[in-house]
Design a protein around this ligand. Structure first.
Ligand SMILES: Cc1ncc(C[n+]2csc(CCOP(=O)(O)OP(=O)(O)O)c2C)c(N)n1
Length: 659
């Protein structure tokens, strides 16, 4: 292995040696503890340390790094106290996730490290968002994100690289090619000669280096950084290395040919660098045991400190509260004057525009939202007012864009991401469910984002442009879900969602866009998330509904005024207004839960269960549900009409009242 020190002085070379040695020694300790059953899982990075350490050394302390599961060297090189790392691994209170997640699954703003979630791939788009925030703020900073070669097969890899290339984002995408993804060798993982060739396809620069040579890693990253800070653009860097131990300690290495392991053993990054320093006389042999002694004493004492730390005492309130970033809705709102009659769609547009005016750090992203104005024209004129930096047309890649939104939020921005149709959220599902929703609980980072979801039926658009999918999200703690039915609510809830530092899934009904109008305050009055609205007073039964269901109920009751039905519009589904529902049902004694979503496991099931449990003695009839058929949603108008819950509303009300 040839080392080239370039301009590095001897002290620096020795300091690099120490940085390289420390994670190796920590790992050796971990392997002993693992065998003793004193810690859980461990993903070894032995033999790969030059990548984590060399690249971190090249990054400035205030530049974000997004490492993976074998990158202990990133954490030690950023000087995180070992006791905090060990507390994290043992699930102790002083760990970064308070026992809520394991190993390197945490982030820390203090050290500018954004750890992975278990799912491989999503971290790559977060790096895009972090880098975008740097570009928008004119900070000449680089973002470094890692992936294994196995995870380059995930779609998230493609999406993130493509976005970074199209947007010229200063991100270094570092592939740690260690030969195996669990047991799968590279020839079963990809078919190109080398992964760095993928850079050509994204129109970006690529480099391939010896990942076991710490100086080569350091100089390469330094070089790339110096270049992309002046001329922002992404670079793909493939670092060749080898996984010397099993995928994790329990899984062994039987599938790895012996000669391969031997070949790579000779290329050990620590032993080779040590040899080089000894040859250079930068390091004297007698220093090595002294350095090792210093580290082993440190490791022992840090470990004992944590081992004797008291365990976490479970507390339900703390756990539940920490799902969300605390936020107090403003106690008073401005008077809602003057008022203008607006269509539902214009109220959304109005709310979004006012949110953009109020928050100069708010960025909106979506397909065709810039000059074209969005598929439904909600963002028409936005580019002219706010510029292309904050109103961003995106490539067609929902996962990447939701991830980039989260990256923006991590780096001080707010993001509103538009799904062109709510149906397409399936392609961004992982980021929402696993990243947006769980991050605050895991390491107390607010994810200040809104995902706009043009939803619902009534336009004969068939199975993939008309679904009601709110129940996919209402069962995910960490998210908030709102679903306005009227123009004023559409505006007020959107502004409230933008204000709220938590991830909010904002459903907007496409059929209502141009079919209803209503009075909307011109100023930025917020509607509190979690508060229902009594649309119509009555005393024989409560119809509890939301979205288009509210309008079905209003239409039905207008035709049957003698029935004196009460209509509750939930407006928010997570959290939802239990008090308002309870009060109404206690008054009327009968409850009908109505929604556009299919019946089975629709959100109505939750409300019905709640009423049955909490209002049982007030009920004069069983709680009834009226939902759409348990089929996919069809296109043909007659089939769609038959599918929708509205077709069975009358008969369900009759059944309820006649019980
Ligand atoms: C989306 C997803 N699929 C599968 C897994 C299970 N898994 C964890 S690590 C791993 C292998 C990863 O290989 P690679 O990306 O090369 O990284 P390495 O472990 O070699 O460092 C697999 C399959 C996962 N964590 N996430």
């Amino acid at each position: 292995m040839i080392f080239d020190r370039k301009n590095l002085d001897t002290d620096t070379l020795v300091s690099f040696y120490k940085k390289l040695l420390l994670p190796r020694m920590v790992e050796e300790k971990m392997l002993i503890l693992l065998r003793q059953g004193r810690i859980g899982k461990w993903f070894s990075g032995i033999g790969q340390e030059a990548i984590a350490v060399g690249s971190t050394l090249a990054m400035a302390d205030d530049e974000y790094i997004l490492p993976m599961h074998r990158n202990l060297g990133v954490f030690t090189t950023r000087n995180i106290p070992l006791s905090r790392l060990m507390a994290q691994w043992q699930g102790k209170p002083s760990g970064f996730t308070k026992g809520r997640d394991r190993s390197f699954h945490f982030g820390t703003q203090e050290y500018k490290i954004i750890g992975m979630i278990s799912h491989l791939g999503p971290q790559l788009a977060l790096a895009d968002g972090i880098a975008l925030a740097n570009v928008l703020s004119n900070h000449k900073k680089t973002t470094l994100v890692y992936t294994g070669e196995g995870a380059t097969s995930e779609g998230d890899f493609h999406e993130a690289l493509n976005i970074a290339a199209v947007w010229n984002l200063p991100v270094i995408f570092l592939i740690e090619n260690n030969g195996y993804g669990l047991s799968t060798p590279t020839n079963e993982q990809y078919h190109c000669a080398q992964l760095v060739d993928r850079a050509i396809g994204y129109g970006m620069e690529g480099r391939r280096i010896d990942g076991n040579n710490i100086l080569e890693v350091y100089h390469t990253i330094t070089d790339i950084k110096n270049s992309i800070r002046e001329n922002p653009r992404p670079v793909l860097l493939e670092c060749m290395t080898f996984r010397m131990r099993g995928h994790e300690e329990a899984s062994g290495t039987k599938y790895v040919p012996q000669n391969l392991t031997e070949w790579w053993s000779a290329k050990d990054p620590l032993a080779n660098y040590e040899k080089y320093l000894l040859n250079e006389r930068a390091l004297l042999p007698e220093w090595i045991p002294l350095i090792r002694k210093e580290f082993s004493t440190l490791i022992e004492s840090e470990f004992e400190k944590v081992y004797s730390e008291a365990d976490i005492v479970p507390d339900i309130n703390t756990e539940v509260e920490d799902m969300y970033h605390s936020y107090s809705f403003p106690a008073t709102q401005p008077a809602s004057t003057p008022i203008t009659t607006k269509r539902y769609i214009d109220a959304i547009s109005d709310g979004l525009r006012q949110g953009m005016r109020k928050h100069s750090n708010l960025v909106i992203m979506g397909q065709d939202i810039a000059e074209y104005g969005g598929a439904f024209k909600i963002t028409q004129g936005f580019v002219e007012e706010f510029g292309k930096g904050r109103v961003r047309n995106t490539p067609i890649c929902e996962s990447g864009i939701v991830g980039a939104g989260m990256g923006l939020a991590i780096n001080g921005y707010k993001a509103v991401v538009e799904m062109q149709f709510a149906d397409f959220v399936t392609c961004g599902f992982n980021q929402i469910i696993n990243n947006l929703a769980k991050t605050h609980y895991r390491w107390a980072q607010a994810v200040d984002m809104v995902v706009r979801m043009p939803t619902g039926a009534g336009t004969g658009a068939g199975p993939f442009h008309s679904q009601s999918n709110e129940a996919w999200f209402t069962k995910t703690p960490g998210l908030k879900v709102v679903y306005p039915a009227f123009p004023a609510d559409a505006k007020g809830l959107l502004l409230a969602a933008i204000e709220d530092p938590n991830p909010v899934i904002y459903f907007e009904h496409k059929y209502l866009y141009r079919s209803i109008s209503g009075e909307v305050p011109d100023n930025d009055v917020l509607i509190e998330i979690g508060k229902a609205n009594i649309v119509q007073q009555g005393d024989t039964a409560s119809i509890i509904t939301f979205g288009l269901g509210v309008h079905w109920a209003v239409e039905y009751t207008a035709q049957h005024p003698e029935q004196s039905l009460e209509i509750i519009d939930l407006r928010s589904l997570l959290p939802w207004d239990k008090e308002a529902v309870e009060a109404s049902v206690k008054k009327t004694g009968r409850a009908l839960v109505l929604h556009e979503d299919t019946l089975t496991s629709g959100f109505g099931a939750e409300i019905a269960a709640y009423i049955a449990e909490h209002c049982f003695k007030y009920l004069d009839a069983p709680v009834m549900r009226c939902g759409s058929l348990d089929t996919a949603i069809p296109m043909n108008k007659a089939l769609e009409d038959q599918f929708l819950a509205k077709a069975r509303l009358g008969e369900t009300v009759e059944k309820l009242l006649g019980y």
